[in-house]
Design a protein around this ligand. Structure first.
Ligand code: EPZ
Length: 419
């Protein structure tokens, strides 16, 4: 797979027209992991054609899962009764979300060895809540030589209360509980739409999961899960990225195939910034006619403002007259992109988890580098509004979570090309 290294953008053009959102990365990755629980074929539709999905596909194929790509957005998975249960560090390093294999491998095969993902650019990314929850279901888990090593007989339902509504921990424990004996009650869980999508997928295979999307999830364990066909929800973060790009460029953009309740926190903030947002069936129209207003953002677990949209909204606010304040409450190190914006002339003061942004008249195009997926997307937005040319290095990060972002942006007027 040829990885794009650089993106070039010539700024100054408003985004106008219509763009269609792909399937949700963070739902597809969890659902592909959950497919290992199924004893019959699982057919997934609307999977985004992105690097992270391809990497996870290869990881589960290496375990022995039969993977059949029907086309670029449809995958069929069949997990035999015996598979390998070890995921090496070189694979986990490429994709933290492979830690979601822990629950399914333990629940179905009684064994799992997953390399600890280690930290990444946005934070230490610990696994303590995953481990505590799986141990509550009866798994024996040790940390040895950089691996999480788990064994168990038949898992038993239990009461688990998460210290923090971790998305991954909620998913791992819910997947394991689906095949545990008896009832599991999960408290203080994550309520992201991707959790609901995972629960709906599992219930379609015969699981008995209730309460996904609320603070408490109840799971009645079943003996085994059958097969089924499932279509992944639209990606609310890709949709949000296009919404912010439209607002930042003073454009008029129709974002197609999006569930507007999933982007409600962003809609509220864009309206506060004097952007017109119209929800039409499964489309959202974003139009920036008048001067944007400065706003304050605090990232929080869903339904709060998503941390995955923080860098992108910061890009927009760098050129909004006045003072905007962003507080990043979810990850301890996710304001780094401010340093790249400052290379483009932005005026941002970062103190701990707070970024204070003094809007400037115009950003200037410059050479910048992406440190992670969402910082990369944010640098595209900055390039779209900057005067002159911007060159984004490490652009491969962007392909991890955005399907064909250049052609989508080009189709609505952006001057963007890769090399
Ligand atoms: C998921 O990561 C998403 N990834 C992230 O999206 C997203 O930013 C994050 O949820 C928050 O919404 C996928 O779904 C594949 P968490 P996850 O566990 O599950 C702490 C993107 O750009 N924590 O909710 O790893 C952790 O340190 C990516 O698409 C523990 O302390 O996030 C962090 O501060 C980036 N102990 C907070 O919880 C644990 O055992 C949120 O982490 C687990 C997490």
């Amino acid at each position: 797979m040829v990885q794009k290294q650089k993106l070039y953008i010539t700024g100054g053009r408003p985004l106008k027209g219509a763009v269609r959102v792909s399937g949700a990365k963070n739902a597809a990755l969890a659902i592909m992991s959950a497919a290992l629980l199924a004893s019959e074929p699982v057919h997934l539709e609307n999977c985004p054609n992105i690097t992270d999905v391809k990497v996870l596909r290869d990881i589960i194929a290496n375990l022995g899962v039969k993977v059949n790509c029907k086309n670029k957005n449809e995958i069929e998975l069949l997990t035999p009764e015996v598979v390998k249960t070890t995921t090496p560090y070189k694979e986990v390093k490429k994709l933290r979300a492979s830690n979601l294999l822990l629950g399914p491998l333990l629940a179905r095969f009684g064994k799992a060895e997953i390399a600890l993902p280690g930290g990444c650019n946005i934070g230490t990314r610990p696994m303590d809540l995953h481990i505590k929850g799986l141990q509550a279901l009866g798994a024996k888990i040790t940390l040895e030589h950089g691996f999480i090593k788990g064994t168990c007989g038949c898992l038993k339902g239990s009461k688990v209360y998460l210290d923090f509504p971790s998305v991954g921990a909620t998913e791992n424990i819910m997947m394991a509980a689906a095949l545990a004996k008896g009832q599991t009650i999960l408290g203080n869980v994550a309520k992201e739409p991707e959790i609901v999508d995972l629960a709906n997928f599992l219930n379609g295979l015969g699981a008995k999961i209730r309460g996904a999307g609320t603070d408490v999830i109840k799971v009645e364990g079943v003996k085994q899960l059958g097969g089924g066909r499932y279509s992944v929800i639209p990606d609310r973060i890709e949709a949000g990225t296009f919404m912010v790009a439209a607002a930042a460029t003073m454009g008029d953009l129709l974002i197609e195939h999006v569930i507007s309740t999933h982007v409600e926190p962003l809609i509220a903030k864009l309206r506060e910034a004097n952007v017109e947002v119209v929800e039409e069936d499964d489309n959202i129209r974003v139009t920036a006619r008048d001067t944007l207003k400065p706003i304050d953002i605090k990232t929080l677990p869903y339904p709060g403002f998503p941390t995955d949209m923080q860098s992108q909204i910061m890009a927009m606010l760098t050129a909004v007259k006045g003072t905007s304040v962003i507080v990043e409450n979810v990850f301890e190190n996710r304001l780094q992109v401010a340093d790249e914006f400052k290379r483009m002339g932005a005026k941002i003061k970062v103190e701990g988890r707070t970024a204070i942004i003094q809007g400037v008249k115009k950003l200037q195009g410059a050479q910048v580098k992406a440190s992670d997926l969402r910082a990369g997307a944010a640098l595209i937005i900055a390039g779209l509004i900057a005067e002159g040319d911007t060159e984004i290095c490490n652009a491969h990060y962007i392909d991890r979570g955005y399907e064909n972002i250049e052609s989508k942006l080009t189709s609505v007027g952006a001057n963007i090309r890769s090399c």
